[in-house]
Each structure stands twice: as structure tokens, then as C-alpha cells.
Design a protein around this ligand. Sequence first.
Ligand SMILES: Nc1nc2c(ncn2[C@@H]2O[C@H](COP(=O)(O)OP(=O)(O)OP(=O)(O)O)[C@@H](O)[C@H]2O)c(=O)[nH]1
Ligand SMILES: [Mg+2]
Length: 320
Amino acid sequence: MQKMPPSSKDNGAPAGEDAGDPRARFGIVALVGRPNAGKSTLLNRILGQKVAIVSPKPQTTRNRIVGILNEPRGQIAFLDTPGIHKPLHKLNVRMMEHVRTALSEADILAVMIDASAPFGHGDEFVLEMLRAQKNKRFAVLNKIDLLKKSKLLPLIQQYSETGLFDEIVPVSATTGDGVVELTELLFKNLPAGEAQYPSEDFTTQPERFFAAEIVREKLLRHTSEELPYTTAVAVERWEEEEEKNLIKIYATIVVERETQKPIVIGKHGSMIKTIGTEAREELEAILGAKVFLDLHVAVHQHWRDDQRFLGELEWPLGEK
Ligand SMILES: Nc1nc2c(ncn2[C@@H]2O[C@H](COP(=O)(O)OP(=O)(O)OP(=O)(O)O)[C@@H](O)[C@H]2O)c(=O)[nH]1
Ligand SMILES: [Mg+2]
């Protein structure tokens, strides 16, 4: 994984005393919470760009993804993280390690809560995990577009009574409601400091990794049952033909069992064709180039417990 710059807590730049623009701020904000709370949707909404894939299925994000917000008032490095859950495979153990790393690096924890779902054991588990953290904490009550207005105030009250949060902010990542107010509060609570990333960057994610993620997003969209959890996408080869403005991407969809292969391929190849077409169209728009996307399906029985393979998936070999 790409290394994060040191947290602004450690860079010796107390609020109001940085060398550059005295108003400019820098900080790291980790988006954490239960699976499906809307962390990735919020990140994309704040940045106005898609850097993280989104799906209605839990455990969509498997990595720590850095999204960078550049504004005259400062820079925020957002860490999108996998949903907090109890790990059953090495894949999930690694996912939770990404969460812990983000917790240790962040100036502010933006704890995403699906306000439209009842409070349960999973939420209790998240709150317990937070109790041990020293960072500033925001409770971000998401999906308020799905909530009756009368339910919001009691919910804010409930989170306020935990005594765990510095701010409680209701938002809808989908409609954008409350997102400007949230960003404002984040900047206010971050220390003064210089930007740590080039101001034209909006992510540190290599294009290769993002391409694999886009394919996985389409796969999640079109498959159900256990497939979302048991499939991975690896980009094997990436070739650019600059004079033709063409990028050739060769990727493998990995499944756990022979019987899953025909599901991904579909009748006469219809499923893999749909996944490929949707992914190619989106990649062409994002990369600003013509894309040739070659998809294969391969079986790797225990990939979720194969450390070497998991390492390759997380940060593909090339620098792209
Ligand atoms: N109605 C509504 N749906 C939302 C909102 N935010 C996210 N969603 C939906 O919730 C689902 C999960 O969103 P994600 O952004 O993938 O959630 P996540 O927290 O990143 O999930 P993991 O990566 O699995 O931990 C998707 O179907 C989103 O469209 C919201 O504000 N309102
Ligand atoms: Mg996510």
C-alpha cells in the first residue's frame, strides 16, 4: 500500500501557526463504520469524483482508499475503509487491518452510521472499538433521505448521550443533503498545515487498481448470493498505445469454485459481456481514452486465505 504522510498531529504545526496561508488546513479524516453505511458514496460525493466503488452489498470496499479534497481553505485526505465486521478469512483480517491503520493515522474519525437501519450488535461493536481511540470523532448519520423527520432528533439525542462524539452531523450521501455543512465542520476541526499531496491529485490509487475495482463493481451489481464475497478481480496486464489513445487492460475474475464460473460467464457469455461493456464504458469516461478490456474467469479455491494472492490484489505490481 502507498504510505500516508505523517498525520498532521505529528507535523509540529499547531492550529494557526503554519508557514503558508495561515488559514490553510491539512488533516486526515478516516471514514469508518459498518458495512453498507455509505462511506464510499460519501467520499465520492465530497470529492465530486468517483474514487471508490459502491454497491448495495456489504463488504464492497476491501482496501483503504485515499481520496484527496483540495480547496483554497486547505486539503483533506479522506481514508475510505472497509466496513467493520468480524473476520472469517484472511481477506477479512486484512480488511480490518486497513481499518485499524486508518484509525491510527486519522486526525478525525468520521463514523458513518446508516440512520435508516435499527441500532444493533454491529453498531455496539463499532462504538466499543471507538471508545479506545483518542482521535476527534464525528458521528455522521447517513441516509436521512430514508428517514422520517420525526425520527432524526431522537437519533441525534441517542448518539449524543454516548458521550463519544465531538460532532453529530446528519447527511444524505445520495442527495448531498448536509454534506457542505459536514465539510465545513471538518475543516474547522483540522489543524493548520500545509497540503501533503499535489493539489491536482484526488487519489493515490493506481489506475490499474481502480480498473479492477470498476470491474468488481459491475460484478457485484449483476451477481447475487455468495458470489460478491467469493470473487476478486486482478488486472494482469496494462498496455498503452499512446498514438491511438488506447489502453488495453487484461483482467481476471477469480472465483472459488468451478460451479461459480458459468454464473459469471452467463448464458452464451452474456453475463461477462454485460460486466465487460459496463466496465469498459465507465473506464473510457474516467481515463479519457479508448479502452480494450479483456476479461477471463479463473478458479482459485482458497484465494480468500492465500496471503500472497491477497497482497497482489491490494496493490498491483505496476506503478500505474
Ligand atoms: N438512500 C440512500 N442510500 C445510500 C446513501 N448512501 C449510500 N447509500 C446506498 O447504500 C449502499 C452502500 O453504499 P456504499 O457507499 O457502498 O457503502 P459503504 O459503507 O462504503 O459499504 P462497504 O464498502 O461495504 O463497507 C449503496 O447501495 C448506496 O447507494 C444515502 O444517503 N441514501
Ligand atoms: Mg465502501
